[in-house]
Design a binder for this molecule. Structure first.
Ligand SMILES: *[C@@H]1O[C@H](CO)[C@@H](O)[C@H](O)[C@H]1NC(C)=O
Ligand SMILES: *[C@@H]1O[C@H](CO)[C@@H](O)[C@H](O)[C@H]1NC(C)=O
Ligand SMILES: *[C@@H]1O[C@H](CO)[C@@H](O)[C@H](O)[C@H]1NC(C)=O
Ligand SMILES: *[C@@H]1O[C@H](CO)[C@@H](O)[C@H](O)[C@H]1NC(C)=O
Ligand SMILES: *[C@@H]1O[C@H](CO)[C@@H](O)[C@H](O)[C@H]1NC(C)=O
Length: 216
């Protein structure tokens, strides 16, 4: 009887865990800021919502601010439907967000050097609760840099260096540890020898580091 109850509890907890895991999770990501000329660039903008806030009305504005910050152009809007605006951008921008509007990213096709600049994503949210409808604005900015050709992947490069540093460090540490152990073992060996050959004087092999005095 007891084991049965326990089994039921066990299965129940697994079930609960599974249900929780299978729910969509909103994870904020750090947007990429480097694009390669001619490629397609995803401008990531993620505005997570808590579960109880899902009943919300969302509007998204994307602005482009030129490098010298002299111009601030609206390039994309999401108001019920996605819509590219700004002339230069119109044909190159596509909606790349999610249905629940937690991910409100867009993509630029055929990136040009002129696309360098700041992209601002503004998310307007209105929540519908029983008695009140609070609204919030969230903004993210991406400072996009367009490279003429694909450079070395910096993160891969750094992680490779880190790996080598770690490897060297570990090897060194292992060496130190081995020397330490060797010394300890030989020392205890020496001591053991001292105990057995109490009256025999053994010339010390290691002159710089003589062990405990052999005889009194
Ligand atoms: C760009 O303009 C919009 C309104 O058109 C404004 O909400 C936003 O704050 C501006 N961004 C900057 C960086 O000036
Ligand atoms: C949205 O972005 C993903 C990469 O994160 C890409 O695989 C997908 O094709 C994009 N969808 C559209 C419609 O651009
Ligand atoms: C964009 O890229 C496509 C191929 O991916 C190319 O055919 C087209 O000419 C490009 N458009 C511009 C404006 O560079
Ligand atoms: C970039 O901008 C300059 C002037 O602002 C323009 O003359 C040039 O044609 C643009 N290049 C592209 C690829 O759009
Ligand atoms: C939103 O943008 C304004 C300027 O337009 C800035 O002062 C503020 O710090 C930004 N907030 C966040 C959360 O980035």
């Amino acid at each position: 009887m007891k084991t049965q109850t326990r089994a039921v509890f066990h299965c129940l907890s697994i079930l609960i865990l599974t249900v929780q895991v299978s729910q969509p999770v909103c994870v904020d990501v750090t947007p990429e800021t480097e694009a390669v000329l001619g490629s397609t660039m995803k401008l990531s903008c993620i505005a997570c919502m808590k579960r109880e806030e899902i009943n919300a009305e969302t509007e998204v504005h994307w602005h482009y601010i030129t490098k010298d910050r002299s111009k601030n152009i609206t390039i994309f809007r999401y108001r019920g439907t996605p819509e590219a605006v700004g002339e230069i951008w119109k044909d190159r921008l596509t909606w790349n967000g999610s249905k629940d509007l937690q991910d409100v990213s867009i993509s630029i096709k055929n990136v040009t050097l002129n696309d360098t600049g700041t992209y601002e994503c503004l998310v307007f949210r209105k929540f519908f609760y029983d008695s009140y409808t609070p609204s919030f604005v969230e903004n993210r900015t991406i400072n996009l840099v367009v490279l003429e050709k694909a450079g070395d992947d910096k993160t891969a490069f750094y992680s490779e260096i880190m790996m080598y540093v770690l490897l060297v460090f570990l090897t060194f540490w292992l060496l130190v540890e081995m020397i330490y152990c060797y010394r300890k073992i030989s020392k205890s060996d020496e001591q053991a020898q001292d105990n057995t050959t109490d009256y025999l004087v053994i010339p010390s092999e290691n002159k710089e580091n003589p062990g405990p005095p052999v005889t009194e």
